[in-house]
Design a protein around this ligand. Structure first.
Ligand SMILES: C[S@@+](CC[C@H](N)C(=O)[O-])C[C@H]1O[C@@H](n2cnc3c(N)ncnc32)[C@H](O)[C@@H]1O
Length: 264
């Protein structure tokens, strides 16, 4: 029976791999790397750097494939079905990779950025491949250090306050409003810098009670960190973000928005 490891590899720093992840790397015959296109080549290279950091050079086999394009213009009600179409296209590619590139008793691995449990579709895609029934395999999951954990550690802050909940959400969701019942919100996948609207609102109402802890390319040599009151840090983040995006052609950033007591 073919076997697949889904390995969380941390947010970019090769030292963030767990011992369990390194053991799984060492027990893998073929690594499947999905290339997201030109601007994300850096991410493929970072994955290769992680393999080089933990395995003897030239000792492993990588099979690269091109990720299908997602319809990024689909918004609102069309968004879930655009994501579903994209997942199905990926399922076809995964099925082919597993069937054609892995021997009957081979072990393959998908290296997942951060932790596979957070905004990542690898597990859903593998389930879809199994449902399609064209190739049989078992799989396990190795947890990784998420960009959320890495962000909190780099800012030396906790994500939760005493007996309070915390929410992880997306920029798209935050644009619909600050979530009810929480004062600590971690935002991922935010291409629109949605935090800006809260800086403006705070300013308009004469409030200054929201803090931001922001990080881009966390764990990589390009890492940028900014924290402070949103009204002051927000414009600085906007400037640094625009410069970095221009320089590298892509950006991955995450932030914690923290509403302070008396400001809710
Ligand atoms: C598709 S999600 C994957 C999340 C990943 N599974 C994790 O556990 O971090 C991609 C988002 O993760 C965040 N992210 C991932 N790596 C990051 C990094 N090194 N620095 C900052 N944010 C990162 C960004 O918000 C990005 O838009």
């Amino acid at each position: 029976m073919r076997k697949i490891h889904v390995i969380g590899i941390g947010a970019g720093d090769p030292d963030q791999l767990t011992l369990q992840a390194v053991k799984a790397l060492r027990g893998t015959d073929v690594f499947f790397l999905l290339d997201k296109g030109e601007v994300k080549n850096d991410l493929t290279q970072l994955r290769r750097d992680i393999l080089d950091a933990h395995l003897p050079e030239g000792s492993y086999r990588v099979v690269a494939a091109r990720d299908p394009e997602r319809d990024r213009k689909a918004g609102g009600a069309a968004y879930p079905s655009a994501v579903e179409d994209w997942r199905s296209a990926r399922a076809g590619i995964y099925a082919r990779l597993i069937a054609e590139e892995l021997g009957e008793d081979g072990t393959g691995a998908f290296l997942v950025w951060g932790d596979p449990a957070l905004y990542d579709s690898t597990l859903a895609i593998l389930e879809e491949v199994l449902e399609q029934g064209s190739v049989a395999f078992t799989y396990d999951v190795v947890p990784g250090i998420s960009s959320v954990s890495a962000l909190a550690a780099r800012h030396r802050t906790s994500l939760t306050r005493v007996a309070r909940p915390m929410q992880i959400t997306t920029g798209r969701r935050l644009a619909e409003g600050f979530p009810d019942g929480v004062d600590d919100v971690v935002v991922m996948l935010d291409a629109q810098q949605t935090f800006r609207r809260y800086a403006e609102e705070a300013g308009a109402e004469g409030r200054d009670g929201m803090d931001i802890y922001w990080g881009a390319y966390i764990g990589t040599p390009d890492e940028i960190l900014v924290s402070g009151p949103l009204a002051e840090a927000g414009p600085r983040i906007e400037r640094l973000r625009a410069e970095a995006r221009e320089r590298k052609g892509w950006i991955m950033d995450t932030y914690l928005l923290r509403r302070n007591p008396g400001d809710a």
